[in-house]
Design a protein around this ligand. Structure first.
Ligand SMILES: Cc1cc2nc3c(=O)[nH]c(=O)nc-3n(C[C@H](O)[C@H](O)[C@H](O)COP(=O)(O)OP(=O)(O)OC[C@H]3O[C@@H](n4cnc5c(N)ncnc54)[C@H](O)[C@@H]3O)c2cc1C
Length: 377
């Protein structure tokens, strides 16, 4: 076994860490407070080749592996979740379906703009009545006079409504027992994107409700084979879980870093609070769990890069790091005392940003269902 990262992976970590500390950290609090989408940061991330990290270079991406991508998402989340989810949703949910299931023509049409980060993409699976039970989708696409006519709605869709969003891939019923994926370009008549949704956390990221009313699309908008939409979105979610799990590790690491620094600096009873064993034990527990979580995430990414089955490990990594990040932000805020409850301390933002990691791309309960299925239960 070799637990050392390659020089290439270390370089990715350093590049993204430097970017996150130098460019994201100074503006994260303001973007969050003003609920402002980080357009400038996305442009800079695009220049660094981080908006299409695992997409091959021939389509405008950086040609990196899943592990590099996980490290990049981890390092961004360590500083700010809104920026990290913007990159992760764009890459794993928006761009990946087109790369994995698109025809060569569809790839040439969409990927150069998406993988280079000039444009963003979204993936619309969730509906008001179809969340964990995503197969219960009610949105319909009917073939009429050589066009797909879409009617229905989606909810909580990340990156769907920014000024640079190019398209959303949605799941739609194309027959009674048939789900397919369809690419809908932004600006198509009949496709309406709501105002940004107001959220507890991820406040600088873009989350929208989508509605489709007789939205007509060319027949070539179908992504992959008709009727394969269900298998396709399961595959997309398996991969996406690695990036959300990487967010869990990154967020926990960020919370630990803040708690560590604060505990060294804050004095009570005449000494730094880091000298009290109760505080030391909390930091020791956090460091231990983060190490375990990181290993789960890297193992899932490594399996995927080896072309081996990884769905179970991705679900385990997502479940474990979701719950670990919950404990980490809670302990970190506790170590900050009353100051942690104040918006001027970054831990308050990390605390608000955490909860959704146990909900998006499959709740904790759904991860347990996936794991149980793999255990043949
Ligand atoms: C900020 C944000 C961004 C998002 N971005 C996207 C996006 O880009 N694209 C997209 O398609 N979706 C997106 N989502 C949606 C997200 O994936 C769903 O919220 C999630 O899958 C849960 O669905 P739900 O909210 O309808 O909850 P529900 O499915 O209604 O679940 C409610 C509760 O019931 C539990 N539950 C449900 N079924 C079972 C069961 N069989 N056994 C035990 N417990 C069960 C759940 O675990 C949960 O605790 C986003 C959500 C948020 C909050």
């Amino acid at each position: 076994m070799n637990f050392d990262l390659s020089d290439e992976h270390e370089l990715i970590r350093k590049t993204v860490r430097d970017f996150a500390v130098e460019r994201v950290a100074p503006v994260a609090e303001e973007l969050d407070r003003e609920h402002r989408f980080p357009y400038d940061l996305v442009a800079e991330l695009a220049e660094l080749g981080l908006m299409g990290l695992p997409i091959p270079e021939e389509y405008g991406g950086a040609g990196g592996d899943t592990l590099s991508y996980a490290i990049a998402i981890e390092e961004l989340t360590r500083i700010d979740s809104s920026v990290a989810i913007t990159v992760a949703a764009h890459t794993s949910l928006g761009t990946m379906p087109i790369f994995l299931f698109g025809t060569e023509e569809q790839k040439r049409e969409w990927l150069p703009d998406l993988a280079s980060g000039r444009k963003l993409a979204a993936f619309g699976l969730t509906e008001p009545g179809a969340g964990s039970d995503a197969g219960a989708t009610q949105t319909r696409a009917e073939l009429r006079d050589g066009q797909w006519v879409v009617n229905g709605s989606k909810i909580f869709i990340t990156n769907a409504g920014t000024d640079i969003t190019a398209c959303v891939t949605i799941t739609a019923r194309t027959g009674e027992d048939e789900i397919s994926n369809v690419v809908v370009p932004n600006g198509t008549p009949g496709y309406v994107v709501s105002a940004p949704m107001e959220k507890l956390g991820w406040c600088a990221s873009d989350t929208r409700e989508l509605s489709f009313q007789d939205c007509a699309l060319p027949q070539g908008s179908l992504l992959g084979e008709r009727g394969k939409g269900f298998q396709q979105f399961l595959e997309i979610l398996d991969g996406g879980r690695i990036s959300v799990a990487a967010m869990g590790v990154g967020l926990a690491q960020g919370a630990y870093d803040l708690a560590y620094a604060y505990a060294k600096e804050r004095h009570q009873f005449g000494k730094p609070i880091s000298t009290f064993q109760a505080i030391q034990f909390q930091l020791a527990d956090m460091a231990t769990e983060i190490e375990a979580g990181r290993n789960l995430v890297y193992k899932a990414a490594w399996l995927k890069d080896q072309g081996r089955p990884f769905a179970q490990e991705a679900a385990m990594a997502k479940l474990f790091t979701g719950e670990l990040s919950n404990r980490a932000v809670n302990q970190s805020l506790q170590i900050h005392g009353g100051y942690g409850f104040m918006e001027e301390y970054a831990i308050s933002r990390l605390y608000r940003d955490q909860k959704v990691l146990e909900i998006g791309e499959g709740t904790n309960e759904v991860q347990r269902m996936v794991i149980a299925k793999h255990l043949d239960l």
